[in-house]
Design a protein around this ligand. Structure first.
Ligand code: UDP
Length: 251
């Protein structure tokens, strides 16, 4: 797609945060067709290189943005820079604020996180955005066999915005497999740990970390189990360099 930057075969929209929000708001208000929002990181791009189905799913996103510095750097290395880093958690919150302006017409559903997280997120977000209507919540630890039932609950709740926070790539695959069962949903937002942040269970990195592109370091300090994810970054950068060399040769 013309307005997309391809990083190792995965497309990212060339949009600013403001443009991304406007696209989401238009979809939420029904002025544009429903869409799914993905924020692939280097680990997911690496996985997509070995998983054509995941690559196809990611490229079917209605909106795909770079949440982390790894992807921003890769786009710059390839000579096709993206306008800016767009934190998914902020896009999610902007959508909640938008939906709260007309709560009855724009209900939301929180799916994902450990038991209790989605409810807590709903409680805190209702306090912060008083008009917000939360049509339902469900935790993210259910058997695949239960998925049709979960999708049915979302569909009958009347939600137009669905947060799917199951971790990547589970959440993207879940949306692709089940979105047809939820025809009333206008935005499927695959936003990883956002519900943990809204619930107050996970603190976002202090601004200083973000300013220096070190949000990943903050996350590893807080959740040391995430360190294994960083192992994907050198392989990702090697792949980007190879792509750059191919570009130069004009292959
Ligand atoms: N999660 C979930 N179901 C699962 C696995 C994870 O609901 O089967 C939730 C987890 O509790 C967390 C969120 O998904 O709230 C994001 O998980 P993680 O940090 O692993 O994902 P990422 O940062 O890659 O999006």
């Amino acid at each position: 797609m013309e307005n997309r930057v391809s990083i190792c075969g995965v497309g990212f929209d060339r949009v600013t945060a403001k443009e991304a929000k406007n696209r989401l708001f238009r979809a939420l208000s029904g002025k544009k067709p429903p869409l799914s929002l993905y924020t692939p990181n280097p680990e997911i791009v690496e996985l997509a290189c070995r998983d054509p189905e995941l690559s196809r799913i990611l490229n079917e996103a209605g909106l795909s943005v770079a949440d982390g510095v790894g992807v921003i750097r890769a786009a710059r290395m390839l000579g096709d820079p993206l306008p800016e880093r767009i934190p998914g958690v902020e896009l999610g919150e902007a959508m909640l604020a938008f939906c709260a302006e007309d709560g009855e017409a724009l209900p939301v559903f929180f799916l994902g996180g450990k038991p209790g997280i989605a409810e807590k997120a709903a409680e805190r977000m209702r306090e912060k955005y008083p008009g917000l209507s939360v049509a339902g919540t469900a935790d993210g630890y259910f058997d695949e066999a239960k998925s049709p039932e979960v999708a049915g609950r979302v569909a009958s709740s009347g939600a137009v915005l669905l947060f799917v926070c199951l971790g990547a790539p589970k959440q993207e695959k879940w949306i692709a497999a089940h979105r047809a069962k939820m025809p009333g949903v206008r935005v499927f937002a695959a936003l990883g740990g956002s519900l943990d942040v809204y619930a107050g269970a996970l603190r976002r990195a202090p601004r200083i970390f973000c300013r220096f592109g070190l949000e990943w370091l903050w996350r590893v300090i807080r959740q040391p189990s995430r360190i294994r994810r960083l192992f994907a970054v050198p392989a990702f950068l090697r792949r980007v360099r190879r792509e750059k060399r191919r570009q130069k040769r004009g292959d």
